[in-house]
Design a protein around this ligand. Structure first.
Ligand SMILES: Nc1nc2c(ncn2[C@@H]2O[C@H](COP(=O)(O)OP(=O)(O)O)[C@@H](O)[C@H]2O)c(=O)[nH]1
Ligand SMILES: [Mg+2]
Length: 246
């Protein structure tokens, strides 16, 4: 399993992603049947309420209020879409999925959102990567791990951000990361998930792991850009490239 950005104690300034910085709100959906159809690859952020999802999205995008970071967890029951890339030619979408597993949410609501997540992860064609956020002090819970099962048929890569790592010392952080890696490996095998899984520590306050996470998100989107149409060749033969193969 990849070991991305596990020790970001560098003193050099964090390089934020200009692509992610370009994120702007596009649309809100409330159900599976009214998700936008743009043809753009999308990356979804998911996690238990209060895991630090909104804060992570805002930090990765260097925007204060792109995703609303609420002190009252469990309130955002909508799916927010953000576009990234040039205004006239966006190259991808970030999707802020509703948080799950918050005790104060009615049982029926919980069920409804679990069903939605299961369906979204299994059937959402444009989904090219999932970012799962989990509080590094709590680790992965049963409901986090159950996502792997929903994802297995779709073969979408998963990247886990263990958030709020500023709350742990170095050794605790390493231990938390190792424990989560072991859990993921075990669970992936059990449900037959073969897509890549990676994990890193992340802190919005200390800016830990920003670069690794940004780079991975960028690479997922880059891999899924629609193929440019073959350029119309009106170059004269004499202007053929000087270098041949080999
Ligand atoms: N110490 C610390 N607190 C964080 C960090 N990220 C989020 N939080 C806090 O965790 C709480 C939940 O964050 P939020 O982004 O709203 O979680 P969400 O429900 O998953 O969207 C808030 O009080 C945040 O200030 C972090 O990196 N470090
Ligand atoms: Mg939130």
């Amino acid at each position: 399993m990849a070991n991305i950005g596990n020790s970001s104690r560098s003193v050099s300034p964090v390089r934020f992603s200009p692509l992610l910085h370009s994120a702007r709100f596009m649309v809100t959906s409330s159900a599976m049947d009214n998700l936008p159809h743009t043809g753009l690859p999308e990356i979804a952020f998911v996690g238990r309420s209060n895991a630090g999802k909104s804060t992570a999205i805002n930090t990765l995008c260097q925007q204060r209020q792109l995703a609303f970071a609420s002190k009252t967890p469990g309130r955002t029951q909508h799916i927010n879409f953000f576009a990234v890339g040039p205004k006239d030619k966006p190259s991808g979408l970030l999707v802020d999925l509703p948080g799950y597993g918050y005790a104060a949410v009615a049982k029926t609501d919980k069920k409804r959102w679990q069903l939605f997540l299961a369906q979204y992860l299994a059937e959402r064609g444009p989904l090219v990567g999932l970012i799962l956020l989990a509080d590094s002090r709590l680790g992965l819970t049963e409901i986090d791990l159950s996502l792997l099962q929903f994802m297995a048929p779709a073969s979408v890569p998963l990247h886990v951000l263990l958030t709020k790592s500023d709350k742990l010392n170095r050794q605790e952080g390493q231990r938390a990361a190792q424990a989560a890696r072991d859990q993921l490996a075990q669970h992936a095998q059990a449900v037959g998930m073969t897509a890549p899984i990676s994990l890193q520590l992340f802190s919005a306050t200390k800016h830990t792991g920003i670069e690794a996470a940004s780079q991975l998100i960028e690479s997922w989107l880059a891999e899924h850009q629609p193929q440019a149409a073959a350029p119309h060749d009106d170059t004269p033969d004499t202007a053929a490239p000087a270098e041949g193969p080999g």
